[in-house]
Design a binder for this molecule. Sequence first.
Ligand code: PGA
Length: 252
Amino acid sequence: MRSLIAGNWKMNGRMADLRRIVAPLGAAAGQLGCDLLICPPATLLAPAARLLDGTAVALGGQDCSALADGAHTGELAAGMLHDAGARWVILGHSERRANHGESDAAVRAKVLAAQAAGLAPIVCVGEHEAQRLDGQAVAVVSGQLAGSLPDGFAGVVAYEPVWAVGTGRTPGEADVAQTHMAIRAALVARFGTAGRGMRILYGGSVKPCNAAALLAVPEVGGALVGGASLDAEDFLAIARAAPQLSKAGQGG
Ligand code: PGA
């Protein structure tokens, strides 16, 4: 299976940034042996889709409502993201869980809405530092998976330790391996064969200097990249550090 390198722009980016960041990705993506995805703010989805038309770079949103169209001021329905060109959506990011009080049940409802609208969800899970120090990382992540993934889940999981997001700190490779193996076991136990083929991304301070080591860890199927995705050269350097597989060798 090809790695997925996904960029989460968070609340960054204006029209003027599209040509600088997105155009070089579109030009390079066809030569890469991994899949590229960028998740800019919703305001930039439609213009980014026009710039990326005919390239191998996919587009995603950073959140969506669990609700359908209607009287929900300020919300974005999953179908609106799809209409603007998105085929993916990040859900349950730690910043949404912390700043907007999103529970596992709320994330699960959003996953269902996303899938119904034709978006592939990337569901984020990860422990706080105190929980890791307490030896609870795997238990916390397992609980989040059980609560956030609905039956029939067909997407990607991103393991993002909260303390590694935007801090420049990353877990050791053995810790990443242990958590990713636990996530794989949980996915297989719950979804059987389908769970074997789901990609599990690592996220949290992925940079060109640490990408090769993190992406080589067993069961790491790609990266969710925040800060470094705002620089086309850095983002492409991370993509080139991913194990490179041709489309033909992609498997399930
Ligand atoms: P970071 O963010 O790469 O800036 O740590 C990752 C994320 O929040 O998805």
